[in-house]
Design a binder for this molecule. Structure first.
Ligand code: ZN
Length: 407
């Protein structure tokens, strides 16, 4: 079987294509794939229960976590060119914390888990162990009786796992956890399943590709939570898996690790179908930096900047969100300084300001008046602040609620 040839047929990449998502055919395909993934993740019966009865404050919160970006490439004189939406359209409406610090482990799972628990987590970097103290999802659901569909994580990042959605703390755990979804993994698995079943003959035709996605997802007994799919993809024959992953990655964005566009589309579908009180979206196109391409890293920042803006536009257009939503945007950490022994922007392990200190932008209902807050805050202060916005009782965490944000 010649998988390479068949993949060429499936993906139908024009010769000399720049792989830009600006290619309208790719955008159309992505949109269709995103909608399809969303359709199959969200069974109709559950969609029919949305929107939920409001619990707690009735306030809604979006948290957009951005991977690792340095101040130098973002909020600095030379970096603003990479973030026209954040620095232009959004900054003037925002409460901007100019110094938020990651004082914990500057690796993806631990950093994200610290943001979502309010305690510095020091578990496995690759998400093999759950956070040890309760996540904001569990706190919100246990204390206020919120349903699982009221709390979501949608993530591009391969270093995250569904263990991000609930802790190992006693009295908490998965029964109070969030829905956790990895859209790119879904696409990969859907296509892989279709290939394994030998149904690739039809796939040159994009409308049929969509049908194949649908059928493959239905056939995989997918529970909608990212977990089963992730495992199944890991068990695929590498000879099949690698070309598929590469081809789909290239198709989705043009870089070897991209997927943020699809993550955006699925996040927006989650908002439209479930209008959750708490949605956490994790973008990670910027992490292409690990492959050493500065140009692709900057492209990832620009993509994230645009997608953050598009999510904010959805907040303003969606009646379930407009006027009662706060959106927080923050990187997980910076990256290493130029000239460091860890290859500068490639990595994020140095114990340096460039790696530990970044920024956070807050938009929406909890922002009293646009302002710049120079007082240093910490990533662990985010979680108790989210809990407060959602109307939860005070959380037992190292972090402290940010007093500037009020509902
Ligand atoms: Zn990384």
């Amino acid at each position: 079987m010649n998988n390479g040839l068949r993949l060429d047929n499936i993906l139908d990449q024009p010769k000399g294509d720049s792989h830009s998502v600006e290619d309208p055919r790719k955008r159309a395909f992505l949109r269709a794939a995103g909608l399809l993934v969303a359709d199959l993740m969200f069974p109709q019966v559950r969609a029919a229960t949305s929107p939920h009865p409001a619990v707690g404050s009735g306030h809604k919160v979006l948290v957009i976590i951005f991977g690792g970006v340095r101040r130098a490439e973002t909020f600095s004189a030379e970096g603003l060119v990479n973030i026209p939406h954040l620095s232009g359209d959004l900054f003037l409406k925002a409460l901007f914390y100019s110094s938020i610090r990651n004082e914990g482990v500057t690796a993806h799972f631990n950093a994200t888990a610290s943001i979502l628990t309010g305690n510095w987590q020091r578990v496995d970097d690759w998400g093999k162990l759950a956070p040890t103290t309760p996540t904001v999802f569990e706190h919100f659901r246990k204390r206020l009786g919120a349903s699982q569909d009221d709390t979501w994580v949608v993530a591009s990042n391969k270093a995250l796992t569904n263990l991000l959605g609930a802790s190992s703390a006693s009295g908490y755990g998965p029964q109070y956890g969030a829905n956790v979804v990895f859209p790119k993994q879904l696409m990969i698995t859907a296509v892989a399943d279709a290939l394994r079943r030998g149904r690739t003959g039809d796939m040159a035709d994009r409308t049929k590709v969509e049908a194949q996605f649908e059928s493959a997802l239905e056939g995989s007994n997918y529970e909608g939570l990212g977990w089963t799919v992730f495992d199944a993809a890991d068990r695929l024959d590498p000879r099949v898996r690698h070309p598929i992953q590469d081809a789909i990655s290239t198709f989705v964005h043009g870089g070897p690790t991209s997927g943020d566009e699809l993550t955006f589309l699925v996040s927006r579908e989650v908002m439209r179908r479930f209008s959750p009180s708490l949605l956490v979206t994790v973008f990670s196109d910027v992490e292409v930096a690990h492959f050493g391409s500065y140009a692709l890293h900057l492209a990832g920042i620009r993509t994230g900047d645009r997608l953050v803006y598009q999510l904010w536009q959805e907040v303003e257009a969606n009646p379930e969100y407009r006027g009662k939503t706060t959106m927080l945007v923050l990187p997980e950490f910076g990256r290493d300084p130029d000239g460091s022994t860890t290859n500068g922007f490639f990595n994020h392990r140095a114990n340096e300001e460039s790696t530990r200190s970044t920024w956070m932008m807050v938009l929406g209902a909890a922002v009293g008046k646009p302002d710049v807050i120079e007082r240093p805050i910490r990533h662990i202060d985010v979680c108790p602040t989210l809990a407060g916005l959602l109307g939860c009782p005070t959380m037992d965490s190292e972090g402290e609620r940010l007093a500037e944000l009020l509902v």
